[in-house]
Write a protein that binds this ligand. Structure first.
Ligand SMILES: [Zn+2]
Length: 143
């Protein structure tokens, strides 16, 4: 692996600099070199949609803002929050927007993008899908 390459999946970016570093790498991998993208880690009130991430982009200017949800607002969900995976997901939305923005906003495209983001994460780090679930049965066990 080349120097400076991250070798572990980042579940939570500790600050915006770590997010920017990670973004630089994925920008290379996904060939988004000409894009100007700002990453933000924000509370839910600063997001337009409900979810763990969102992107607002302009294809003609190749620019985007990607917002990732602050971890302490994520709450208890059966899918773990993963900043890096969400970042890859949002970058893929930018990429797919080039094809057709209407299609890109459809639920099937979003699902396909989610699968591809996980596949890319798996290819890079070998992270199995099961690592993304947050299921515990401890609270169901009242012995
Ligand atoms: Zn999506």
């Amino acid at each position: 692996m080349k120097e400076g390459t991250m070798d572990k999946l980042i579940w939570e970016f500790k600050d915006i600099n770590e997010a920017k570093e990670c973004f630089k790498e994925w920008k290379e991998i996904l060939e988004l070199g000409y894009w100007i993208i700002k990453i933000q880690i924000v509370p839910p009130e600063d997001m337009q949609l409900e979810g763990s991430g969102e992107s607002e982009y302009q294809i003609t200017n190749k620019c985007a803002i990607i917002r990732l949800l602050e971890p302490h607002h994520y709450g208890d969900r059966i899918v773990k929050q993963c900043h890096e995976e969400t970042l890859v997901h949002e970058l893929l939305h930018c990429k797919f927007g080039i094809v057709d923005m209407e299609t890109e906003k459809s639920i099937s495209c979003h699902l396909l993008i989610e699968e591809m983001a996980r596949a890319l994460i798996k290819a890079k780090y070998g992270t199995p899908l099961e690592e993304f679930d947050n299921i515990t049965y401890e609270e169901d066990n009242h012995e």
